[in-house]
Design a protein around this ligand. Structure first.
Ligand code: RB5
Length: 147
């Protein structure tokens, strides 16, 4: 299951990504928001981040105006590696190198087509492991206060 959510700035690209997920028969849970009325993004990011961190969602997708606020908020949750992606290279490499578990997208930065393309890459690219696992372990050490 993929956990997906947006604030008002990311609502339209969330809906575009959902249409893609539907077309691919990928199961998701939509944590809102459900229209373009202004809402605060941190509580929305927290819902998806906790869902990914506790394993009830395999990965998450968070959309706001830039993707940045959602990523800052989501990365406060232990075990979350949320990446803002503004091009295809980053959407692929953040999976291969960072083993990112949440994709953050900016509705005021990228098109609906780009949002779908980055989602496709993010969901279909595996972690490379190897030397990159050591670096993920070092990030976990920061979370524990050991670095
Ligand atoms: C909302 O206006 C905007 O600040 C939010 O969507 C996001 O871009 C924050 O990073």
């Amino acid at each position: 299951m993929i956990a997906i959510a947006a604030d008002h700035g990311g609502y339209k690209i969330k809906e575009a990504v959902k249409r893609f997920l539907d077309s691919e028969k990928i199961v998701y849970r939509d944590f809102g928001t459900f229209n373009e009325d202004s809402v605060d993004y941190p509580p929305i990011a927290a819902k998806v981040a906790h869902c990914v961190a506790d394993g009830s969602a395999e990965k998450g997708i968070l959309c706001c105006g830039t993707g940045i606020g959602m990523s800052i908020a989501a990365n406060k949750v232990k075990g979350i590696r949320a990446a803002v992606c503004t091009n295809s290279y980053c959407a692929e490499i953040t999976r291969r190198h960072n083993n990112s578990n949440i994709l953050c997208l900016g509705g005021r930065v990228i098109s609906e087509e780009e949002a779908v393309e980055f989602t496709r890459l993010f969901l279909n690219t595996e972690f490379d492991g190897g030397r990159h696992q050591r670096r993920i372990d070092e990030i976990s050490a920061i979370e524990r206060g050991d670095l």
